[in-house]
Design a protein around this ligand. Structure first.
Ligand SMILES: *Cc1c(COP(=O)(O)O)cnc(C)c1O
Length: 372
């Protein structure tokens, strides 16, 4: 699905000395590389504060802790996402309220959000699924009207642009009150281990979060709030610092690969290509995800695997049906889209090193299967 080796071989000469520097200076924790990366990412995103942390799941949790969400508060998020999003809500004894997504862009459905709001609702967590932003303008409007926080789960869309109705643009993760991201190796900006970060334009919130990630300390050995230990280590920061200048090129490579996939599926009725909501840079294709209609998706997965083509089903089970999150509050009829998507979606290999020959091989096999 990804080609981390191929990518590394291209940037070895930049990454190796960056890592070596950390080792030589033994500044493994909170070293200068971490601060350098933080500033570089702030500059790239056009956001006031980036607070690095240990992984994307922590980033979500810490964002919620920083906002002061309290047990019993309801947090609305999507049924169709990676479990991390709902997991941290449950861990903090907040009440997850899962809602359905759109059938075309797989992102949070605005009408479903409106319907789910109660007097206990405190936050909405849109997930920018597969590399494209949710409808942030509508979400921010609802949030303002009901006095809610918006936490963007931006683990999959770093570098994507969101286009407002008036044509202005902002980077994914800089629109809500706070955002989280992940630097897991296979993400669009991946390190060589675990890593994550929180973004915000709110000075007060940034200050609180800087304490939360560091045992609730604002002054050494003074623990003002209950915190966690969640750090991006300096070696990972060194990798990310070396890779950040390539992020736009990497995303561009993904977009071009997606366009080639699209072109190849033109006229194939059973294959629905991914929808783009805005301009070319609005979707950075963390995943290239098709919907398969009228053909058995699982049989297609099996066929591709037999032909040495890796592919994935993200996600095979809706969160409201996962044992850890089943709840009497949920109504099957409220999850019609997710229940259908789990049967239709298939993600094809997507990474920065895909070449024409690979795309040709992959798409020809998909078409061979579909045409019988
Ligand atoms: C990857 C991912 C996370 C979690 O990131 P980790 O760094 O693996 O903890 C959270 N949300 C979404 C949507 C993700 O894709």
């Amino acid at each position: 699905m990804v080609d981390l080796k191929g990518q590394y071989s291209q940037i070895k000469d930049v990454v190796n000395p960056s890592i070596q520097e950390v080792i030589e200076t033994t500044t493994f924790i909170n070293g200068p590389k971490v601060h350098e990366f933080q500033r570089n990412l702030e500059h790239y995103l056009g956001v006031k504060h980036v607070i690095p942390c240990a992984n994307g799941t922590d980033a979500l949790q810490i964002a919620m802790m920083g906002l002061g969400l309290k047990p019993g508060d309801e947090v609305i998020t999507v049924d169709f996402t990676f479990a991390a999003t709902v997991e941290v809500i449950a861990l903090l004894n907040l009440i997850p309220v899962l809602v359905d997504v759109n059938p075309d862009d797989f992102n949070i459905n605005i009408e479903a959000v409106k319907k789910a709001i109660t007097s206990k609702t405190k936050a909405i967590v849109p997930v920018h699924l597969f590399g494209q932003c949710a409808n942030m303008e509508a979400i921010m409007e609802i949030a303002e009207e009901h006095d809610l926080f918006v936490i963007e789960d931006n683990a999959q869309a770093i570098g994507a642009s969101y286009v407002y109705k008036d044509g202005s643009k902002a980077k994914a993760g800089t629109i809500g009150h706070v955002a989280s991201t992940s630097f897991f190796p296979s993400k669009n900006l991946g390190c060589y281990g675990d890593g994550g970060a929180i973004f915000t334009n709110d000075d007060g919130l940034a200050h609180i979060i800087r304490g939360v990630v560091n045992h609730g300390m604002y002054e050494r050995y003074h623990h003002d709030v209950v915190g966690v230990n969640s750090r991006l280590d300096s070696i990972q920061a060194a990798v990310l610092n070396a890779k950040l200048p390539y992020l736009d090129t990497y995303n561009q490579n993904r977009i071009e690969a997606a366009n080639k996939y699209d072109a190849s599926f033109k006229g194939v009725e059973s294959v629905i290509i991914p929808k783009r909501n805005g301009e070319a840079d609005s979707h950075v294709f963390h995943q290239y995800t098709l919907k398969i209609k009228g053909v058995n998706r699982d049989a297609l997965v099996k066929y591709l695997n037999e032909n040495d083509i890796p592919c994935g089903v993200y996600y095979p089970i809706p969160l409201h049906k996962q044992k850890a999150y089943v709840d009497d509050r949920y109504n099957e009829a409220d999850f019609n889209v997710t229940n259908q998507l789990i049967q239709e979606v298939i993600s094809l290999p997507m990474h920065t090193e895909l070449d024409d020959e690979q795309i040709e091989y992959i798409t020809s096999k998909v078409k061979t299967f579909i045409n019988g």
